[in-house]
Design a protein around this ligand. Structure first.
Ligand SMILES: *[C@@H]1O[C@H](CO)[C@@H](O)[C@H](O)[C@H]1NC(C)=O
Ligand SMILES: [Cu+2]
Length: 166
């Protein structure tokens, strides 16, 4: 029945864009988190948005400290490092984020340091797309995104029930 197909089409066009918002960034790509790699060059041209994730892949003895701007500039670790070797970091707020390796001269001389600028997802609004292409302006912030997701899941549930009943 045509109206059911329309509902299914509407669900796909509403829900898929929401699920597709987050991007996973593999830091250093296949080189991972290591020495003698230019993370400034790696990060340039990439867009980091709230809700995206960074994945740091590395072997011991490397580790990962999230630091502030001074810690980055002077290569001074603070707080506790993550050491899993496959650290997945969700970017929760806009602004600059700084990461260094705390081992020896890895940060100070061997380039194992990363700074990124996270943008709120309202910044670069994609051009409005035709319904057939599942791209849509991202929600203005994470809280809105969550609310929107809940709303869309609710709408989907109602529509599925409607289809079963019909
Ligand atoms: C890393 O890359 C950036 C941007 O491409 C460049 O400006 C910088 O000089 C490079 N750093 C090193 C240590 O090569
Ligand atoms: Cu290191």
């Amino acid at each position: 029945m045509a109206s059911n197909q329309f509902i299914a089409f509407a669900l796909v066009t509403i829900i898929l864009p929401t699920l597709a918002v987050a991007t996973e960034h593999i830091v250093g790509d296949d080189k991972g988190w290591t020495v003698n790699f230019n993370y400034t060059a790696w990060a340039s041209g990439k867009v980091f948005q709230v809700g995206d994730t960074l994945v740091f892949n590395y072997q011991p003895p490397h580790n990962l400290f999230k630091v502030d701007g001074d810690g980055f500039k002077n290569c001074v670790p603070s707080g506790e490092p993550t050491i899993s070797g496959h650290d997945i970091i969700t970017l929760k707020s806009p602004g600059k984020k700084w990461y260094i390796c705390g081992i020896g001269n890895h940060c100070s001389e061997l380039g194992q340091k990363l700074v990124i600028n996270v943008v709120g997802s309202e910044a670069p609004a994609p051009t409005p797309a035709a319904p057939a292409t599942p791209t849509a302006p991202a929600p203005p912030n994470a809280a809105y995104g969550l609310a929107a997701s809940c709303y869309q899941i609710f709408v989907a549930a109602v529509a599925v029930v409607a289809m079963i009943v019909a």
